[in-house]
Design a binder for this molecule. Structure first.
Ligand code: FDP
Length: 332
């Protein structure tokens, strides 16, 4: 079976060799994080640091630790000098590293970290953009590119096995970590999502704050209609990597909408565009799926800030289109 190294070595294009170095760095960080997650309870790595981050969330020890691991791994590649992380308030730009740097990386080192203390599935999500900016504020311009400009996107899922799902624009591929060999082995090639599923995934505890169209859509998929495969079944892990991965595999839809006007604090949604929605959107589109805010394609959004939040509705194309119709009041 093809290893990640062989797959990257066989990719073509002017930046392929540099991208391969960068992605190997990210994959190496993933192995370290997987090891640390496995022994976290034994070495006192669970729980919080006592700090609250700029986004108002309690910082977990593993968030900080994993952030340092990813930063060090990416620095060591020499292929990036501009990083964005959920754990870093500002864009981390290091002009002294820019000589051989070709890419910007946006990442969430431990996504779904509320699952950490309950031994649940978490992941690392990353988005790689080509450096393009110029002028005094070029680092910010390099970062704030739409998802269509991504050169690579992926997530590493720390589950019963450690799985890297990756696209460099030639489809969606999955590499399972073979610890005995110390290699990532391709176990999923050219993954395709079903055009329609029978599963919906949403935090039901937010029901009171959902926009009216989302409520109607969820009522629709919960209703009985054998001919159209309803009612759908419900699944929600509360870890984006796990929820998206299941959706890619089984088909269906994942929704994290904005709060309806006046009903909550997440008026633009919860998930971050640059290192959650955008990479997941490209990954799922590469598998034949769709990703939307319910009124716009995620990959077409013009970013306004490194930690911008957006609504995210992602999954089988027919399910996402149906949710958009309810949201736009064309159905229901
Ligand atoms: P977490 O806060 O645990 O880090 O954006 C992060 C995220 O998890 C996603 O991984 C997950 O899908 C979502 O938030 C869960 O949010 P809710 O707890 O509000 O459902």
């Amino acid at each position: 079976m093809t290893t990640l190294d062989a797959y990257l070595d066989s990719s073509r294009g002017p930046d392929a060799a540099d991208l391969a170095v960068l992605l190997r760095g990210m994959a190496g960080a993933g192995i370290k994080i997987a090891d640390e997650l496995a022994r976290a309870a034994l070495v006192g790595q669970l729980g919080t640091t006592g700090d609250t981050n700029v986004q108002g969330e309690k910082v977990k020890k593993l968030d900080v630790w994993a952030n340092d691991v990813v930063v060090a791994a990416l620095d060591a590649t020499g292929r990036t000098c501009t990083l964005v992380s959920e754990e870093m308030e500002e864009i981390r730009h290091s002009p002294e590293r820019c000589a051989g740097a070709r890419f910007v990386v946006c990442f969430d080192p431990v996504d779904g970290s509320s699952n950490l203390d309950v031994n649940g599935i978490v992941g690392t999500i990353f988005s790689v953009l080509k450096k393009r900016g110029s002028g005094p504020d070029h680092a910010r311009a390099d970062v704030l590119q739409p998802g269509t400009a991504q050169a690579a996107a992926g997530y590493i899922m720390y589950g019963p096995s450690t799985l890297l799902m990756l696209t460099i624009g030639d489809g969606l591929h999955g590499f399972t970590l073979d610890r005995a060999r110390g290699a990532w082995v391709r176990t999923l090639a050219g993954v395709r999502i079903p055009t329609r599923g029978r599963t919906y995934s949403i935090n039901d505890g937010n029901f009171i704050r959902w926009p009216a169209g989302v409520r109607r859509f969820v009522e629709h998929v919960r209703a009985m209609d054998v001919a159209t495969g309803r009612p759908y079944t419900a699944r929600y892990v509360g870890s984006l990597v796990a929820d998206v991965h299941r959706t890619v595999h089984d088909g269906g839809i994942y929704l994290y909408p904005e709060d309806a006007a006046g009903s909550g604090k997440q008026s633009t949604g919860k998930l971050r565009l640059m290192y959650e929605a955008s990479p997941m959107a490209w990954l799922i589109e590469q598998a034949g799926g769709a990703a939307s805010t319910l009124s716009a394609r995620i990959l077409d959004l013009k970013p306004t800030g490194p930690h911008q939040r957006v609504p995210l509705v992602i999954g089988s194309p027919e399910d996402v289109r149906m949710a958009e119709e309810f949201y736009a009041d064309r159905r229901g």
